[in-house]
Each structure stands twice: as C-alpha cells, then as structure tokens.
Design a protein around this ligand. Structure first.
Ligand code: PHE
Length: 440
C-alpha cells in the first residue's frame, strides 16, 4: 500500500519540477516554505483524501455520492479530475523528454560534443535546441502517449506498477551515489548554500503559492488520485502512518535531488540568466554523469528509471479520467481510453510547441506549457483542496474522520485532534489567504 502510494507520489514532480521551482524561486527560502507546506498542510490534506476514499469507497466523484453529500460536492471531484487532465497534458511532454534522453544515452549522442564546444555549453545547447525544436520533442511525446495507450488498452497497469515498485528503490540508491559525486565537485559549497541557506527577505506571495502548488503536485494531492487509491486500502491499514511515510519519503527524494543538482549548477557555472528552470535536470545530470566512470551506463540507468517513473505517473493520471468516463457514461473501456488519450495528441503538442515555434502565444503572460502548469498546479489543486477540507472537516458524516484515523476505534490516533483542527480551520484559511495574496 505504501509502495503504491509512494509510486504515485515520486515522479517527475520530485526529479524535474522540484529543482526547477527551487531555481526560479530563490533557492533555500523556497525549500523552507515547501517543507512547511508538506508538513503542515500536505499530510493533513492527504489524510482527508485517504479518509474520504476509504469511507466513500469510490473515485473522486463517486465518493461524494456514496457518502450522500449534496449535489454540488461532486463538482469538487470534477475539478480534481479536470486538474489532473490538464497536468497530464504537460507531464506527457516532459515524459517525452525523458524518453529522448534515454535514447540519447543509449546511442551515446548525449555525450558527444560538437567540435569546438565545451562540455558545459554542450549540454545547455543540446537541451535548448531539443526543446525548442518543432518535431523532435513532439515525436517523443507521441511515443509516450502511444505507450500509455497500449498499456491502458491491454490493461497491464498492474504489471508496470510492479516493475516500478522494484525500480524505485534502485532509483533511490543511485540518487545516493550521485549525491556523493555532486558534493565532491569543486565549487559545490556555493550551490549548497543556495539550496540550504534561506534568505527570508526574498519571500513573496509568488514564492509561497509556488511552494504550495509544488507540495500538492508532488504528493499527488487534489487530483482525486489518492481518493481512488485509498478506496482499495484494507480496513486495518493505518492511515496516519501511511500518510507520514509517503510524505516524508517524497520530501526526501526532492531534497536529494536538490543536493545533486545545485552543487552541479555552481560547479559548472550554469546559474547564468536565461537558463530555463524546466530544462535544469536535463542539463545538470549529464554533467554529473560526465564526472563518473562509466558515464553512459549511469545515464542509461537513470533515464530508464525516470522513464518508468514517468510512465507510472502518466498512466495513473490518465486512469482517473478513464475510470470517470467509463463509469459516468457507461462506456467500454477501450472507448474511454481513446477519448482520454486522443485529445492529448493535440493538447500535449501545443504544450511542446509553446516552448519553440509557438512561444509567441501568451496566456496571462505565460506560454501555453507554463500557463497550464500554473493554472492546474498552483490554482486548481489548492482550490480543490480547500473544498475537500471543508467537506471532510464540516460536512462529511461526523464519525468519518475519527473512524478512519482510529480504524473504528481499534487503534489510538494522537493525530486526530490536530488533524481535524488543521482540516477545519488552518488549511482552508491559509490556502485561501495564500491564493488571495497571489492575485492582488
Ligand atoms: N506526484 C507525481 C510526481 O511528483 C505526479 C502525479 C500526480 C502522479 C498525480 C500521479 C498523479 O511526479
């Protein structure tokens, strides 16, 4: 159970998105607020989702029906499903990048600079010219959509998940090795300082909103995923312990990535202006591999693991929409799969092209990729979580939360009171305030 939930939580969010957010939000301040968000809001909201899922025993929309909530509460589930779909649009693009880097590692192309190119500019140029290209990233994104389609149509998600459960610990181990390499690079201290020594004068509403969004994204909160997962949890599963373990492991992986990336950024002099946060991991990691014996082997191993991690995430996000459409419209599974995945050929393509040929299209000042990411992650997930907390804290059957946290009174839960307090008052207020201050 913990493995499945960690499998959903740990993904590109920790490895690609977290370092990018740290980079563009002033470093250690972001980390400090992020940790607060995970501990103070992430864990209680996760417990709210777990309780709702196990008590309501259905998907994000169905739980509200099963618990006999008034009609409008279904919209909260609907918002979650919509957010998860928007996230899928750009997540698929980054999954495609991972796939490309896997092939480039296997062919060796990733590590062969053009004549006259220094190693550092090689990786920057490589990634920049790749993501801004019209065809190449698109082909990889399409490959990932097709792989998703095949897995979903063949109904072998469980098999893939099992493979990923074996691979996750391997990923963890090799990250440890990379930390060792990164920390011993010349100039590593400066990068560590950027990542670990907060300068609180740099706090702004944007930093807080971004940290909150990242916490929800990384913990897979507010997307209906954990509601669905927990509906399969056994009766005697300890929800509090599961939520804490999952959240702390997820946080750990993110912090480990920071310890790998930022020493490398300063050591290789990469912190220059114009370096896109979104491409950070794909530039710094090959640099780190270059410092290791058997460069290519590490690179293949890492990008293979990351591709599988991305695949399990895209499949589980798509599955939310597939299950919803199938149940709602009583449709055959294959039809629902096509309805969910086909539009991605256009929507993900738009995200991908918005970094290159379509970069002139601006929505609220963002390109399409960043707009979708910002809207879904930083706005829809927090709003959905506010309503989720209000429902669980105030409107759900009074005994639901205590029964779920104490397994119907069979175990003690010291967390119950503080969690209820946070879900009722702190989370809705704090998240609401953060969102309001972001907009004004
Ligand atoms: N939490 C995952 C990550 O960090 C993303 C995800 C969201 C996966 C929702 C599944 C469902 O990459």
């Amino acid at each position: 159970m913990i493995a499945a939930t960690v499998g959903s939580a740990v993904g590109l969010g920790n490895i690609w998105r977290f370092p990018a957010e740290v980079q563009s939000n002033g470093g250690a301040v972001f980390l400090a607020i992020y940790i607060l968000c995970v501990l103070l809001l992430g864990i209680p909201v996760m417990l709210a989702e777990f309780s709702l899922g196990r008590a309501g025993h259905s998907d994000a929309v169905g739980v509200f029906k099963n618990l006999k909530a008034g009609k409008c509460w279904w919209a909260v589930g609907g918002l979650a499903i919509l957010a998860s779909y928007l996230i899928l649009c750009f997540y698929m693009v980054v999954a495609g990048w991972t796939f490309e880097y896997l092939w480039q590692s296997i062919s060796g192309g990733l590590f062969s600079p053009e004549v006259g190119e220094s190693a550092s500019t090689h990786y920057v140029m490589k990634m920049e010219s790749f993501v801004t290209d019209s065809y190449n990233p698109l082909i990889n994104t399409y490959m990932m959509i097709l792989i998703n389609l095949v897995v979903l149509l063949a109904g072998v998600q469980k098999g893939i998940e099992r493979i990923s459960n074996v691979m996750m610990p391997v990923l963890f181990l090799i990250l440890l090795i990379f930390i060792g390499v990164s920390l011993t690079l010349p100039g590593a201290a400066e990068g560590l300082e950027f990542f670990l020594k907060p300068d609180f004068s740099k706090i702004s509403a944007t930093t807080v909103v971004n940290a909150l969004g990242q916490a929800f994204f990384s913990l897979s909160l507010g997307m209906g995923i954990l509601i669905t997962y927990s509906s399969y949890f056994p009766k005697d599963a300890k929800l509090t312990r599961t939520a804490m373990t999952v959240s702390l492991l997820d946080l750990l992986v993110a912090v480990m990535m920071g310890l790998i990336i930022f020493p490398a950024v300063t050591s290789f002099g990469l912190s220059s202006e114009g370096l896109r946060g979104a491409t950070l991991v794909f530039i710094t990691l090959p640099e780190v591999f270059g410092q290791m014996p058997m460069t290519q082997l590490w690179s293949i191993l890492f990008f293979l693991l990351l591709t599988v991690a991305a695949l399990t995430s895209t499949i589980s996000i798509a599955e939310v929409s597939v299950a919803f459409i199938r149940d709602r419209f009583k449709m055959k599974r294959w039809k629902a799969c096509l309805i969910v995945l086909m539009p991605l050929f256009v929507l993900s393509a738009l995200c991908s092209l918005s970094l290159g040929p379509l970069s002139h299209i601006r929505l609220a000042g963002f390109n399409i990729f960043d707009f979708l990411d910002n809207m879904a992650t930083n706005i829809m997930l927090p709003i959905g979580s506010i309503f989720l907390c209000i429902y669980v804290g105030w409107f759900a059957p009074k005994t639901m939360l205590p029964d779920q946290l104490t397994n119907n009174g069979t175990i003690r839960s010291r967390m119950y009171r503080p969690v209820l307090f946070i879900i009722r008052y702190i989370a809705p207020l704090l998240i609401g305030l953060v969102l309001i201050s972001y907009f004004i």
